[in-house]
Ligand binder design. Structure first.
Ligand SMILES: Nc1ncnc2c1ncn2[C@@H]1O[C@H](COP(=O)(O)OP(=O)(O)O)[C@@H](O)[C@H]1O
Ligand SMILES: [Mg+2]
Length: 182
């Protein structure tokens, strides 16, 4: 895939299907150590041991409607091409964490791409799931927490167009401020 945001969309979708009510996305651009770390942790139903052993096998899926499960294997392959890797840990009944590391400057590393759009589209389709999105570039960073926003909104759903527009503008500003070049 040409953009890491597409992989992130896929991981968020996995969390949604797993029934998560809270998803934490953490992106760390450590330019000094030349690392890009993406962590997505959810509180969904988790993954049984037998499935966990196979999640990086191409074509393995527990979905029954479509017989391909390429999301995680492709993400792992992308990271490995960039001197990194993807690991997944999970506790059934508790949740799942996907942890990806890339060499930030690697010539084959795809850009994060349209990350803000990916997040806004996800929120639009799953307004009841809370997201905590943290992004750091070296010592600069921000956290966007839909639980905090929800309190301000006093019952207005997150997928109301003006709210989605505000989230989009806000996140773009935050990314600009921390100087994300990914
Ligand atoms: N966050 C998650 N929570 C629970 N199960 C997951 C999660 N992420 C992946 N899985 C399991 O791993 C399988 C493979 O995921 P993936 O590679 O994205 O393919 P697909 O989503 O097409 O099935 C899923 O079918 C699901 O069983
Ligand atoms: Mg998937």
């Amino acid at each position: 895939m040409r953009e890491l945001s597409l992989h992130i969309s896929d991981i968020l979708e996995n969390s949604r299907v797993a029934g998560a009510s809270l998803i934490e996305i953490k992106i760390v651009e450590d330019l000094k150590q030349d690392r890009l770390v993406i962590t997505v942790a959810d509180n969904g139903k988790g993954i049984e041991k037998e499935v966990l052993e196979r999640v990086f096998d191409p074509f393995f899926t527990t979905r029954t409607c479509r017989k391909v499960g390429l999301g995680l294997p492709l993400f792992k392959a992308a990271a490995r091409r960039c001197n990194g890797d993807v690991e997944i840990t999970s506790t059934p009944g508790k949740g799942t964490t996907v942890h990806a590391v890339f060499q930030h400057s690697h010539i084959d590393r795809a850009p994060l791409g349209k990350l803000v759009s990916s997040l806004v589209i996800f929120i639009a389709g799953a307004p009841d799931i809370d997201l905590v999105y943290t992004h750091h570039v070296d010592e600069k960073g921000f956290t966007f927490d839909t639980r905090v926003l929800r309190e301000e909104l006093e019952g207005v759903p997150l997928n109301t167009p003006p709210v989605l527009n505000w989230i989009s503008d806000y996140l773009r500003e935050c990314l600009q401020e921390i100087g994300s070049c990914a």
